[in-house]
Ligand binder design. Structure first.
Ligand SMILES: Cc1cc2nc3c(=O)[nH]c(=O)nc-3n(C[C@H](O)[C@H](O)[C@H](O)COP(=O)(O)OP(=O)(O)OC[C@H]3O[C@@H](n4cnc5c(N)ncnc54)[C@H](O)[C@@H]3O)c2cc1C
Length: 397
């Protein structure tokens, strides 16, 4: 990849750098974690932050103008992400909308769908969730059982989803439902844009190890969806759904590197403040080595992400190699959170609410949250299968 910037891109960098320095919300500076996805207690702050990015044209850079984007390239997106990391800027709230639903609608939607949904995703007026996993269908997604049965110009949906992140605040769902039970399992699925406020949708929060209710069970009881809400054609949901998954892995592998970089800077900062046996942690050669290794891994991920961008700059969709970025991010982030625990020693056990918890218990929280990284967005074992079979061309397991 050629990293040299055009004069216009240099100007863009300078403009965004100045803007972000002046506009990060003051409340965020006090609680900045940088390590992870939005936390429920910060939802409102992040909603306003995303709106501010939108009002100033700093979100959806690569999306077409008619879909509310800026019509720029992934080079500008990469510059923006790098500057976000340097400034330790907050994440956005509508992560699934911007990272997955929007790009999938732009790739597969009708003109009307492309005009209707993406702008409200970017402005954070409408939050999106992803209705893929079911109680008996996770890694083997094609076995999903939620049914959508045609009734005039509507479909009637019955069934259940689970682990649905942010469903409790979502306005829309990317729903995969079975529309032809007699077809081979990959061929009888349809992708719907489902209104979460429709009668018959019930959302029940599930508590995670962190104590937050970040994900949910979602039940459908005779939910009526108009056929115009199908994305990408009847019984074509598997292909459309894969596009979402590729973008999800791209967002996890590439976008979350920014948060990884912020978390790394914060770990180093924390290590400089902590002592063991009367010696500052960063004076220990072993700890220095571990921190340096994390820095190297983070840089490698950034550069691997740049390879994926080269592909996008050529106008191609993200491919199966996005799985390598996702897997690399998971391993590095979990290693980072484990090191943060080690640096704190016994203090690592203290959670938010304890006077002596390091950084207000932030690391305790982010360590627990990071355990989910190797499950969400497809488990590490599944990513390895994809890399083995679809990138390296190895025989099927
Ligand atoms: C924090 C979090 C947020 C999530 N958010 C969402 C969301 O918003 N929407 C959504 O739809 N889902 C969401 N999920 C669900 C997630 O996508 C699934 O948990 C994941 O795909 C695994 O499915 P499963 O839990 O059914 O496990 P299973 O598929 O039952 O897997 C169990 C174990 O078997 C292994 N395994 C399974 N098949 C194979 C194979 N072929 N080869 C090797 N090993 C295999 C897996 O790696 C895993 O270790 C979320 C999960 C988490 C943890």
């Amino acid at each position: 990849m050629d990293f040299s910037l055009t004069p216009e891109q240099e100007t863009f960098r300078a403009r965004f750098r100045a803007w972000v320095a002046d506009n990060i919300p003051a409340e965020w500076r006090l609680t900045a974690s940088g390590g992870d996805l939005p936390r429920p207690d910060a939802y409102e702050l992040l909603r306003k932050w995303q709106r501010k990015l939108y009002d100033n044209g700093f979100i959806g850079l690569t999306w077409p103008k008619e879909s509310g984007g800026a019509g720029l390239t992934f080079m500008e997106e990469m510059i923006l992400q790098q500057e976000m990391a340097l400034a330790k800027a907050p994440p956005i709230l509508n992560v699934l909308g911007v990272g997955m639903a929007g790009p999938t609608i732009i790739a597969w939607g009708t003109d009307e769908q492309k005009r209707r949904y993406p702008p409200k995703i970017l402005s954070c007026e409408e939050i999106w969730c992803q209705g893929y996993s079911e109680p008996n269908s996770g890694s083997d997604l094609a076995s999903l059982q939620t049914r959508a049965v045609k009734d005039g110009d509507h479909f009637v949906v019955n069934g259940q989803k689970v682990w649905t992140s942010v469903a409790h605040v979502a306005d829309w769902m990317m729903l995969l439902a079975r529309t032809d039970p007699d077809a081979p399992k990959h061929k009888g699925i349809t992708y719907f844009l489902l209104d979460m406020h429709a009668p018959g949708v019930t959302v029940k929060p599930l508590k995670q190890i962190t104590g937050d209710d970040e994900f949910n069970e979602v039940f459908f009881d005779n939910v009526r969806v108009h056929e115009s809400q199908i994305l990408g054609g009847l019984n074509n949901g598997w292909q459309v759904g894969l596009t979402t998954l590729m973008y999800e892995r791209l967002a996890l592998g590439f976008g979350l590197q920014v948060r990884l970089r912020i978390a790394l800077d914060n770990v180093i900062d924390m290590a400089r403040r902590m002592e063991k046996d009367g010696r500052v942690i960063t004076k220990s050669p072993v700890m220095r080595q571990k921190l340096a290794q994390l820095w190297i891994d983070t840089e490698c991920l950034r550069l691997t992400g740049a390879r994926a961008i080269t592909r996008l700059l050529r106008g191609e969709l993200p491919g199966p190699e996005a799985s390598a970025g996702k897997m690399g991010w998971v391993e590095t982030h979990q290693k980072l959170q484990e090191l943060a625990m080690e640096i704190q020693g016994p203090y690592a056990q203290l959670a938010k609410g304890s006077d002596r918890a390091v950084d207000g218990g932030l690391w305790h929280y982010t360590f627990l949250r990071s355990r989910a990284n190797s499950i969400e967005g497809g488990t590490t074992e599944i990513q390895k299968n994809i890399i083995g079979e679809r990138v390296l061309g190895l025989p099927k397991g």
